[in-house]
Design a binder for this molecule. Structure first.
Ligand code: G4P
Length: 539
């Protein structure tokens, strides 16, 4: 199998290219309860990043006690925080970006997926494709992110294997190639058959290992479990080997085909196979589109974009960490980069790496890596840092909110403080803030209800600002633009009370409802109404 990967990865031309080529930056997408946390722990164990299983959850709990606003997470048993975990395995560096696990689709989740090159889709073998998996998959598809599938909980009752694969193919319109095949199911699950080598890896003993599966004769299986019908198994394996599409690296890399592994995260079974598959097939850091051109990962000059801001990881220090994905070159501690938005230099004196339990100063990092950059509000989501030319990366968009509310402050004396706090929250990407041009109080927009809860809790805990949210006359927001500046000015003047500025000062049209939006749009010739805001490419 590995020779498939070798064919596409020619010998790197430089030490930088070699470092870049060995990186795999990925996320895990799944429905809650499918086993993402358990799988994460096991992956980290393989990489030696943690010594004790259970650390991932323990870490979450520790964090919860540290910060008040994270109380929401504790109460709801969810993880609002996105973090990154780096580990090494078999000569490769894996950066695992954690996506928030709650039901609300959040911009945070989307932005995290802008920073990965591949994803692992975890599916509960008894349940198949569930709602959230599907939604996250759609986001991956938008960006052509290659997906490796892990069908989990094979140690329990599971659905028919062919049926599961068929469901993936039909509901996601994604070809599947099983790399392994389960032998026996539920209580009688014995292990997996390696389709390429014909070996069987047994659940009992050796399950946690990687490498070629032990070759066990199918006839010998009966001796291990009297319940098994060996003839049926033989038939199923023959059918599986014959009927399933062969693995095609190119189709996988283009996002059309997913290799499928079966296992049990809880029993640490099949996780090694998955990790090997990820190492061999998942792409190294991709070239990244900018406003000017595509930036290749092994270009010598460092570039990076900020996809996440995390405030108050440690409230005692009121620190703010910007998570930046390196797109090209090498970051060296102490180097100066330019923040393209302001044109100002920014010293990177203490970039950080994150491990399961800890963060550590990063002396150097390469394209594909994610570093945390402590700052006091200088960095915003979507910002580009560069060592060379002034490029701005595209593809870290903002979405039009689905819920718009007016913030009601009980203490009118604190209006100025609220303004500052909202500005910070919007720069962090917690909510979007719209300031109506007619001077009316600011509105906040969110994609999911949970964001409002987080905003309320944080305003209270960090700024002593108890607030409520009021339903207001506006329900929808759309960014407006035009090739003709005059036309835009005329539209804005004519719709004064329905136009607001976003955090960057870009104009937004606020509408009472879909009908009104449609009505206005039809009459606003030359004005573009957009539900997504992204950096524009200049050709
Ligand atoms: P999530 O992050 O995707 O939400 O899932 P998580 O890993 O927390 O797993 C959800 C539940 O499923 C957990 O049980 C976990 O132990 C169990 N689980 C995960 N992988 C497997 C597997 O391969 N086989 C079996 N049988 N169970 C698995 P829980 O009882 O909800 O939590 P816990 O008390 O065990 O932590």
């Amino acid at each position: 199998m590995p020779d498939l990967a070798l064919k596409t990865e020619s010998t790197p031309a430089s030490p930088l290219a070699a470092e870049v080529a060995r990186r795999r930056t990925f996320a895990i997408i799944s429905h809650p309860d499918a086993g993402k946390t358990t799988l994460t722990e096991k992956l980290l164990l393989f990489g030696g990043a943690i010594n004790l299983a259970g650390q991932v959850k323990a870490k979450g709990e520790r964090r919860n006690t540290r910060s008040d606003w994270m109380k929401i997470e504790r109460d709801r048993g969810i993880s609002v925080v996105t973090s990154v975990m780096t580990f090494e395995f078999d000569g490769r560096v894996f950066n695992l970006l954690d996506t928030p696990g709650h039901e609300d689709f959040s911009e945070d989740t989307y932005r995290t997926l802008t920073a990965v090159d591949s994803a692992v889709m975890v599916i509960d073998a008894a349940k198949g494709i569930e709602a959230r998996t599907r939604k996250l998959f759609e986001v991956c598809r938008l960006r052509d992110i290659p997906i490796v599938t892990f069908i989990n909980k094979m140690d329990r009752e599971s659905r028919d294997t062919f049926e599961l694969l068929d469901e993936i193919e039909k509901t996601l319109a994604l070809d599947t190639t099983p790399m392994t095949w389960p032998v026996g199911r539920g209580r009688d699950f014995l292990g997996t058959y390696d389709i390429a080598t014909g070996g069987i890896r047994l659940l009992e003993g050796g399950g946690a290992k990687t490498g070629a599966a032990e070759r066990i004769d199918i006839a010998d299986l009966a001796a291990r479990n009297a319940n098994l019908n060996v003839d049926e198994i033989r038939e199923e394996l023959a059918l599986a080997t014959e009927a399933c599409k062969p693995f095609e690296l190119e189709a996988f890399r283009e996002g059309h085909l997913t290799p499928v592994y079966f296992g049990s995260a809880l029993r640490n079974f099949g996780v090694g196979d998955l990790l090997e598959g990820l190492g061999n097939f998942a792409p190294p850091p991709r070239a990244q589109e900018s406003n000017l051109r595509k930036v290749e990962a092994d270009e010598p000059r460092m570039t990076a974009f900020v996809f996440k801001i995390q405030a108050n990881m440690d409230p005692n220090h009121r620190d703010r960490i910007a998570f930046a994905r390196l797109c090209s070159g090498k970051l060296t501690r102490g180097m100066k980069a330019k923040l393209v938005r302001t044109g100002k230099p920014m010293p990177l004196s203490s970039p950080q790496f994150f491990f399961a339990q800890d963060r550590a100063i990063a002396d150097e990092a390469f394209a594909g890596d994610v570093v945390g950059i402590p700052n006091h509000g200088t960095l915003r989501i979507g910002d580009t840092l560069t060592e060379g030319e002034d490029v701005t990366f595209v593809g870290v968009p903002s979405f039009a909110p689905e819920i718009v509310r007016r913030v009601r402050l009980t203490d009118a004396m604190k209006a100025k403080k609220l303004k500052e706090a909202l500005q910070q929250m919007s720069e962090e990407g917690v909510v979007q803030v719209f300031r109506p041009r007619d001077g009316a109080p600011a509105l906040v927009g969110v994609v999911g209800m949970l964001q409002l809860d987080v905003l309320k809790a944080r305003l209270d805990a960090e700024y002593s600002l108890p607030v409520d949210f009021e339903v207001c006359e506006f329900q929808l927001a759309r960014w407006i633009s035009s090739d003709d500046r005059k036309k835009l000015d005329v539209f804005i003047a004519a719709n004064g009370s329905g136009v607001a500025d976003d955090v960057d000062g870009d104009p937004v049209f606020l509408a009472k409802n879909e009908f009104y939006l449609g009505y206005t749009r039809e009459r606003a010739e030359g004005i573009v109404f957009s539900s997504v805001k992204d950096v524009k490419k200049t050709s």
